[in-house]
Structure formats: C-alpha cells, structure tokens
Design a protein around this ligand. Structure first.
Ligand code: UDP
Ligand code: MG
Length: 313
C-alpha cells in the first residue's frame, strides 16, 4: 500500500490535501466542490481535493469521476463497498500527498470557509488543528469516554481536522483495525489546537449515521482505548463474592443457632441470587468477549478498505 510513491515522482506535493469521505452524497457534491475550490483559491495554497467514495449507491462515483476529469486538482478513490466513515478517512490519509491533510464531511456541515483558519494555525506551528462545535454542551458520551480512557478527546471535536504530514505518517503507522481516528489522533499528542465553528444543517441527502453506528463508534472508542471495563468486571465479581460470603455466613449462623436451615427467605432469596449472579456473569463474559473479538479482528490483519478504482484528471 504505497500510493504516495508513484505520484510524488511526477508532481511536487501540494501544500494542502482536502479529504472528503462520501457515502451517498451525489446531491451535495457540486456545491461542496464549488465552495471548497473557492475557499482553497482564496487561501492561496496549492491543493488537491480527494473524494473517497465509500460504496455509495446513488451515483456519487460518477459525479466524482466527472469532477476529477474536469479539474486536475480533484482525485477520486472509489472503495469496493461501504467500509464505514473511519475506514474511508483512513483511505484518505493513505492517498493524500499534501504537506497538511484536512478531513471534512461531504454534507457541508463542516464549512469549507474555515480553511484559512486551519492553515493559519498550521503555519503558526500547530501539527493538529481540530474544529469543535461552538455552544454544544459535552454529551455524556465524551464524559464517559474521557473518564474510562487515558486519552482525553477534546469535547465535541468533530472529524473536521487538519494534520501535518508528520502526524499523518505517525497515524498511518498505527496498525489497529478498529480505527476511531479521533481517539488515535488524541493519543498521538503533538502540538494540538482547537478552533470553534458553527455546524450548519446538512445541505441535502440524509445523515447516514444511524443510532446503531453511533453506538458502535462509542463502543469502539471505549474498548479500543481502555481496559477499565475488564476491571469493572473484577469489581463486580468482588462485590458479588462479598455479598455471597455475607449471605453464607447468615445461613450458617442460623443453622448453628437453630440447629436447622433457615427456610424463611425461601425461593425469593434463591431466585434473586440466581438472577443476579447470572446477570453479572453474562455481563463480565460479554466484556471479555468484546476484547476477544477485537483481538480476533486485529489478528486477521485484513486491509481496512479495498480500492476499486482511482480516478485522476
Ligand atoms: N460517511 C462515509 N461512510 C459511511 C457513513 C458516512 O464515508 O458509512 C461519510 C458521509 O458521506 C459524510 C461523513 O461520513 O461525509 C459524515 O456522515 P454523516 O453526515 O452521515 O454523519 P453525521 O453528520 O450525522 O455525524
Ligand atoms: Mg453530517
């Protein structure tokens, strides 16, 4: 996977690569392209725009092909099927050639007009410039994540960020399959700075991120950055063990004092014990399974994404 080499021999790398993952975004692409181009020209940088088609079913690939034929600064990376947003972003980082790489959503919720600000901070010496949404209280997800994990993800940081080439290369060397890019970038360190922005409404199309996908991302982010859930299962086990010992002591005491078993609590105590124990055991098993599953994913060493076609002008 060395897409950078062949190209860099022919043309000097642009200053800025703009990477846009697209999943069923045909309707917004023309407007996005227009505003992106304008923003880049006004910022006065040499640039390339890389559209990653993440297995769209609405003609997005044709639109990308058309744009890349018309404009030599546009390149398209068409994936063989839908691999998910994070994989598409990774494909973008692999194919970008710029000295800095900016990732943004296709739906224009991330305003391209912010590009000069990104560049200003980058030129001021920051390696990671991430945009965060103004006036949004941190959701429980971030709090929980930062509480559980050792890396602190800046609150409400979006997948709208500029990375210096050095950081991109460091990120590409991180081998994990479960890629929660926001977390990986936070883990990497470097000089980071946030810039606020106002999130616009989606211009057209529908958000493709369902609740299930959001939950998946949350799970990925916690289980790939933290072993705290494993420790929680240990604590849960300890608590149930202590409760069990207390209850056993009570039963034995009654047996010794009265000379026969305490029958009063009867089946309620029994059923509660069985249910609670069963629940705790399943929960802990599930947590271990999460990690086993992740280990399995990593061990398989499958590629993160498969490219079907590269389009260039
Ligand atoms: N996206 C993608 N693959 C997917 C889902 C989404 O490449 O499987 C892209 C999508 O085209 C958009 C970005 O990821 O550019 C964010 O998606 P969306 O706007 O649906 O998410 P939200 O704004 O709700 O977080
Ligand atoms: Mg969106």
């Amino acid at each position: 996977m060395e897409p950078n080499d062949a190209d860099s021999a022919t043309a000097p790398p642009p200053e800025l690569s703009v990477v846009v993952p697209c999943f069923n975004e045909r309707e917004v692409l023309p407007e996005l392209y227009g505003r992106l181009r304008k923003a880049c020209e006004q910022a006065g940088v040499t640039y390339e725009i890389i559209f990653i088609d993440d297995g769209s079913r609405d003609g997005t690939p044709n639109e990308i092909k058309r744009l890349s034929q018309e404009d030599s600064t546009v390149r398209g990376v068409l994936l063989s099927r839908n691999f998910g947003h994070q994989a598409a972003v990774s494909a973008g980082y692999d194919h970008a050639r710029g000295r800095a790489v900016l990732v943004m959503d296709a739906d224009l919720q991330h305003p391209p007009e912010l590009i000069p600000e990104f560049l200003a901070q980058w030129r001021a010496g920051y390696d990671v410039v991430y945009a965060y949404r103004r006036n949004v209280p941190a959701r429980w997800g971030y709090r929980m994540h930062n509480w559980l994990c050792n890396v602190t993800i800046p609150r409400e940081a979006a997948d709208f960020r500029l990375l210096d080439r050095v950081v991109v290369e460091a990120l590409r060397r991180m081998p994990e399959r479960n890629r929660f890019v926001r977390g990986l970038v936070a883990w990497l360190g470097f000089r980071q700075i946030g810039i606020p922005y106002d999130q616009a409404e989606r211009v057209a199309g529908r958000p493709s991120y369902s609740l299930r996908k959001h939950l998946n991302i949350r799970f990925d982010s916690v289980f790939s950055f933290s072993t705290v859930p494993l420790r929680i299962s240990v604590y849960l086990g300890l608590v149930t063990l202590v409760l069990g010992i207390i209850y056993a002591a009570y039963i034995l005491a009654v047996l010794l004092i009265r000379g026969r078993a305490a029958v009063e609590p009867g089946w309620p105590a029994l059923i509660i014990t069985v249910l609670v124990l069963g629940g705790v055991q399943l929960l802990c098993l599930g947590m271990v399974a999460e990690y086993v599953g992740r280990v399995y994913e990593e061990v398989k060493q499958r590629p993160l994404y498969v490219v079907r076609e590269l389009t260039e002008g």
